[in-house]
Design a protein around this ligand. Structure first.
Ligand SMILES: Cc1cc2nc3c(=O)[nH]c(=O)nc-3n(C[C@H](O)[C@H](O)[C@H](O)COP(=O)(O)OP(=O)(O)OC[C@H]3O[C@@H](n4cnc5c(N)ncnc54)[C@H](O)[C@@H]3O)c2cc1C
Length: 602
């Protein structure tokens, strides 16, 4: 079987870098230990190898489609939902009293990474069900929880997030779906939702849509949006009856074809009932719990696709003979056998770029999941700090994983030359699959506005100060090793440049020039992500160095050497990019801001 992940890397990040077992010292996670984490991860890997990966090409070829009012998906979707329910994965991170086992998010996300490297078309089905059920558990009243959550955790009913409408994509303030109070405490729901992932198929008995709508008379904008649980079938007299939710179509797509994307119509016959979740007009605030979780998961999905693509291109590079090595005198010996392409520096550069992006990105993703756990279960007086770090890193995990994941897969495809473009080879599928990740769950543009417009300035820059402290602590640890000092210095300098850039941008906000402040938020995102992933690489390198120096090595020495080598690659080829980003961000020409009297696009 082709390799799609390196479990040594997953375990290195979890056990050696994050020391995930330390979470078990907190009461919430005290029923776990390293051995139980390892058993979970290894069994996820076995399942990924035997069930998920073998169906990966088929879920693309036999894509989800709309036929006679129904959505048809590959039968593996049914098996996967059933298994995710029966093995407790859907509710694994939930409290015991809500049907979960209080698994740390760090391990849950690592399991998701393994599964998504194997087949990214499947994981969204239970993933969204889990996020929707968590929202009901947090904000729903007891009757609503009892009505939906047990069936969702069992994998029998699917869950979705129903935000997008034709006129309201990035701008949720323009949602027009309506909700009118009924006499029985429910609401009559009406509206259309598009692009709803996992919204309908034959393998779940029912679907529970977490639905944003406006109650009659609600204020305009985001302050008038409420959240409802709207099932496809509702329970009446112990039986499931139609709730007037029509599946109008499935969107044919360029990638993730096995993951259906539905168009749903609610209340066409005036008979759709929904139940309020959380307070009236606070729906978007509540929904953010699910959106934040989903953003980390999308970053993880993207990184996983790019990881699997990396191993596919690595295998090809080791097998494909082409050309000859350039000898030191600059000539080639035509009588020699062809070299394998992995011997050519440019191919090695592309492979190292993929390795640097994917391993850096999964480290950042798991680091954020670790902060999530600490914000819920760590020492009381530190929880707020971890929460701030998670808030700040969430848009970066989503954006770096997807944007740089796309770049990474593109390089992987390039390694296959012409074959990369051909359907017979898997790289083109990864290339198509990953493309959506920088779009759904908030585009890169929207994530960047969130980062610069909200996250870096919240509580007077509290989260940025917390992040700087974390980076400094890694720099100090690296400074213990002479050969890591130059990289520690480079990261210190980069952090300073980031601070200067932010101060420069903030000067516009202080002058009330808000559009100017925010206009290049995506470039700021690129700059900070490049530094933050550099931080993760220095942390991995320091962990590897410590293992080598102490002799306390869990993996073979080559694994640790390769960590150090890839860190050096990242610091030579990726980190210096911040200089040009800084230059652009300091350049005051306002070329992208719309001026009333100028013609740019004629
Ligand atoms: C396969 C797929 C699955 C999806 N799954 C779901 C789902 O399960 N549930 C759900 O509710 N939605 C889902 N979506 C919808 C998805 O979240 C939206 O497509 C996305 O948020 C963008 O909205 P839009 O398509 O309307 O694009 P638009 O909002 O029209 O954006 C178009 C472009 O304009 C930019 N833009 C828009 N506004 C601004 C601004 N203020 N400042 C700067 N740039 C801006 C965007 O960044 C983008 O580049 C899915 C979409 C797809 C394609």
């Amino acid at each position: 079987m082709a390799q799609f992940i390196d479990m040594d890397n997953v375990k290195f990040i979890l056990n050696e870098m994050l020391e995930v077992e330390s979470l078990c010292s907190y009461p919430r996670f005290s029923d776990f230990d390293k051995e139980s984490f390892d058993i979970l991860l290894d069994s996820t890997m076995t399942y990924a190898e035997t069930v998920m990966y073998p169906s990966f090409r088929e879920t693309d070829e036999q894509e989800a489609r709309y036929e006679d009012g129904k959505i048809i998906v590959h039968p593996i979707v049914g098996q996967y939902m059933k298994d995710a329910g029966s093995n407790g994965n859907i509710g694994a991170t939930f409290d015991y009293e809500d049907g979960g086992v209080q698994l740390p998010h760090t391990v849950y996300i690592a399991q998701g990474h393994i599964a998504e490297c194997a087949n990214n078309h499947l994981t969204g089905y239970p993933g969204l069900t889990s996020g929707a059920a968590q929202l009901l558990v947090t904000f729903g009243d007891q009757a609503v929880k009892d009505m939906f959550v047990p069936k969702m955790l069992a994998g029998e009913w699917g869950g979705t997030m129903c935000l997008t409408e034709p006129q309201a994509g990035s701008s949720l303030s323009d949602i027009t779906s309506t909700a009118k109070p009924n006499d029985d405490g429910s609401y009559a729901i009406a509206g259309q939702k598009i692009f709803i992932s996992g919204g309908d198929h034959e393998y779940c008995e029912n679907f529970v849509h977490l639905y944003l709508a406006r109650i009659d008379g609600a204020p305009k904008g985001t302050k008038g949006i409420s959240l409802f649980a709207v099932p496809k079938f509702r329970m009446e007299d112990g039986k499931l009856v139609s709730n007037d939710v029509l599946t109008a179509s499935d969107f044919p797509k360029m990638g993730q074809k096995g993951y259906c994307t539905t168009h749903l119509v609610f209340g066409e016959n005036g008979n759709t009932k929904g139940w309020l979740v959380g307070p009236e007009n606070q729906g978007l605030k509540c929904m953010f719990q699910m959106m934040n979780g989903a953003r980390i998961e999308v970053g993880c999905t993207a990184t996983s696709i790019a990881t699997a693509a990396y191993y596919a291109s690595l295998q090809y590079a080791k097998e494909r003979p082409q050309g000859r090595k350039i000898l030191n005198h600059g000539k080639k010996n035509i009588n020699e056998e062809q070299a394998l392409i992995i011997e050519h520096p440019d191919v090695r550069r592309m492979l190292l770029l993929q390795k640097a992006i994917t391993e850096g990105s999964i480290a950042l993703t798991l680091q954020s999941a670790y902060y999530h756990d600490m914000s819920e279960a760590g020492p009381e007086d530190e929880r707020h700090n971890y929460h701030m770090l998670l808030e700040l890193l969430t848009p970066m995990v989503k954006t770096y994983g997807s944007e740089m994941g796309i770049e990474s897969v593109s390089n992987g495809l390039q390694i296959l030359g012409g074959y990369g473009f051909c359907s017979e080879f898997v790289l083109q599928q990864y290339y198509r699959d990953i493309r959506i990740t920088s779009i759904y769950e908030g585009t890169t543009g929207i994530q960047s506005l969130d980062l610069l417009g909200r996250k870096v300035v919240m509580n007077n820059g509290e989260a940025m100060r917390a992040l700087t402290k974390e980076i400094i602590s890694t720099i100090k640890a690296a400074e213990n090793y002479d050969d890591l000092k130059p990289y520690a210095d480079q990261l210190k300098k980069a952090s300073k440049e980031l601070e200067e850039t932010l101060m420069h941008l903030l000067s516009f906000a202080m002058k009330g020039e808000h559009e100017k402040y925010i206009a290049d938020a995506t470039l700021f995102m690129e700059m900070i992500c490049t530094i933050v992933v550099g931080w993760q690489w220095l942390k991995m390198a320091t962990t590897a160095k410590t293992a080598m120096v102490t002799g306390n090595m869990v993996s073979k020495i080559g694994f640790y050497e390769s960590k150090l080598h890839t860190m050096k690659f990242y610091f030579k080829y990726e980190l210096p990019k911040i200089a040009s980003l800084k230059e652009t961000l300091f350049n005051e020409a306002t070329l992208t801001i719309q001026q009333e009297d100028s013609v740019v696009f004629s």
